[in-house]
Write a protein that binds this ligand. Structure first.
Ligand code: 1CP
Length: 367
């Protein structure tokens, strides 16, 4: 059953994601809650990362921090969680090692190591395994009191599979490449399994109160165009096709869907026809060229400032914003753009510089 929440005071990002004309471009930042914020460290204390995700009170506090610090400047919250909760729900152990990132003590090594068959066969109940995420979403919606919409998310099947076989972050992708080039059929079986879980997980996030959803394909950058077509695209399409169906079955309205295929610049054209309303872009895209590729399809582009500009001068920040405003042709179109960085905000950024970025966007997009 759907919850009832306070009416929205700001629904700009929802309207923009549906392709409507808006009074200013909505704005949020990937990883806007996290390590660059002193209040994050204070609230997190010595707690383990996943412990924070599993505690709805803590997770909602962390989600709200950027909304409160940048009140009036940003137009969305994203639930504090991680893409790796799906592999955890599938029975894999994932730890977050301080300053190093995620670590799987027992990654999937080959289709015949026993664990593969076990993970594939396991009947995963995401309504039970990830209940803490839905509780965090519902509590966050209550605490937001309609200030801005709440984004739910999941990792894309390809990106999750990379983590499950590599056992953590990697530069070489040795295991991932071994899987797709040695065991393509077994890889696809696992990707399909993950896709089905993603659909159910996202639907239940919407039921709990998420108002948009984003699928993070952070490692799309590692695939060749041909491999992207084979190992990423069908599964991203499976999600965009089946989530609306599942929402309907649950008696829920559809929500805008965002896909973020990081580094897959060659696939922008295909991604604009993948069934998502919004395509997130990293900073390797030129906004004007990307807009041309989108053409007159009713797709909103999201992005795409180089996160690294936040280490630069205020003049550099203004210049990057100007390039976005002009490239996305904001003053003529007034639609089709959600402002974001091209990837998550990086550690050691001074929050005041991010605030300056937001203020510059507001100043330069005034109609
Ligand atoms: O504001 C927010 O966006 C917070 C919610 C959030 C999201 C959307 C977190 C919290 N993680 C994510 C998604 C996520 N997690 C992605 C997709 C986005 C991206 O590409 O950055 C990925 C790849 C992960 C995996 C992950 N989790 C990494 C990357 C490791 C690698 O391989 O390079 C890391 C470092 C984490 C930990 C993590 N997740 C989130 C936070 C705040 C942190 C840092 C934890 C800490 O050190 O305190």
């Amino acid at each position: 059953m759907a919850h009832s929440f306070e009416p929205m005071k700001n629904d700009l990002i929802i309207r923009a994601a549906w392709g409507q004309k808006v009074e200013r471009p909505p704005m949020w930042v990937m990883r806007q809650a996290g390590r660059y914020l002193p209040e994050y460290h204070e609230a997190k204390g010595s707690r383990d990362f996943f412990e924070c995700c599993r505690d709805p009170e803590v997770a909602s506090t962390l989600t709200l921090q950027p909304v409160e610090r940048f009140a009036g400047l940003i137009d969305a919250a994203i639930i504090f969680s991680d893409i790796l909760v799906i592999p955890q729900a599938m029975g894999m152990v994932v730890e977050m090692v301080d300053k190093k990132g995620p670590h799987f003590p027992n990654p999937l090594r080959s289709p015949d190591d026993g664990q593969y068959a076990e993970v594939l066969a396991r009947d995963v109940d995401v309504s039970k395994e990830l209940k803490y995420v839905y509780d965090a979403i519902t509590l966050t919606r209550k605490k937001l009191r309609g200030r801005v919409p709440l984004i739910g998310f999941c990792g894309a099947p390809w990106t999750l599979m990379c983590y499950m076989v590599e056992g953590g972050g990697t530069k070489l992708f040795i295991q991932s490449k071994t899987w797709i080039y040695k065991y393509p059929e077994e890889t696809k079986k696992m990707l399909q399994k993950i896709s089905e879980l993603c659909v159910e997980y996202l639907a239940l996030q919407v039921q709990a109160g998420a108002q948009l959803i984003q699928v993070f394909d952070s490692w799309a950058s590692e695939l060749s165009p041909a491999s992207f077509k084979e190992f990423a695209q069908p599964y991203l399409a499976y999600i965009s096709e089946n989530l609306p169906k599942r929402l309907k079955e649950l008696g829920l309205e559809p929500v805008p869907m965002i896909v973020f295929p990081k580094g897959a610049w060659y696939a922008l054209d295909a991604c604009c026809s993948l069934g998502y309303n919004v395509v997130g872009m990293d900073w390797l895209h030129d906004p004007a060229e990307a807009s041309k590729i989108r053409g007159d399809r009713p797709i909103t582009l999201q992005g795409n400032a180089d996160p690294g500009v936040l280490y630069g001068t205020r003049e550099s920040i203004s210049k990057v914003v100007k390039n976005l405003v002009e490239g996305f042709d904001w003053h003529n179109r007034q639609q089709g753009w959600i402002v974001n960085l091209g990837h998550g905000i990086t550690p050691f950024v001074n929050p005041d510089d991010l605030k300056y970025f937001f203020e510059e966007v507001h100043r330069q997009t005034k109609i």
